[in-house]
Ligand binder design. Sequence first.
Ligand code: ADP
Length: 167
Amino acid sequence: MDITLVQGDITEQQADAIVNAANSSLLGGGGVDGAIHRRGGPRILQECRQLRASHYGKGLPTGQAVATTAGELPATWVIHTVGPVYSTSDDRSHLLASCYTESLRVADSLGARTVAFPAISTGVYGWPMADAARIAFEAVRRAETSVTELRFVLFDRAAYDVFESRL
Ligand code: ADP
């Protein structure tokens, strides 16, 4: 698997799947989530509502992942995963790692070969960028997957530089 880094907007990525830093409601939010629903159109939210009505009545648990189609986005699939909120008193690293490995597991189940990830939990959820990058790289390197290209899409130069220095 090739690991690549780009600075940019995840909603513009040409990839089989892009990963959404969702919240457990699956019904939209800010940051990556807001951008995906805004650019992807109503179809994605409709499928998220169906997921809430069927398998995920209580919402998607932290560290898990589930797919919908990608509406009007250039990708084929959106894989929604719920990152942990950062805490200094409670080590939630395993949940952040799980977002990456579970998203790759879902990607494999879809037959996706190229997958773009944002820096999960580093926005509203407050995870320090360098630590998030370390956890992300460790998790994806350990994962057994048929994905051939894993692209980290970093929104700004500062985030890109941190990921690059950790790669
Ligand atoms: P979380 O709630 O998991 O912290 P956020 O969406 O708030 O998720 O932020 C996750 C990371 O994604 C942050 O580093 C943020 O700067 C970045 N980000 C925000 N919008 C986009 C976008 N359109 N494309 C890629 N990354 C984005």
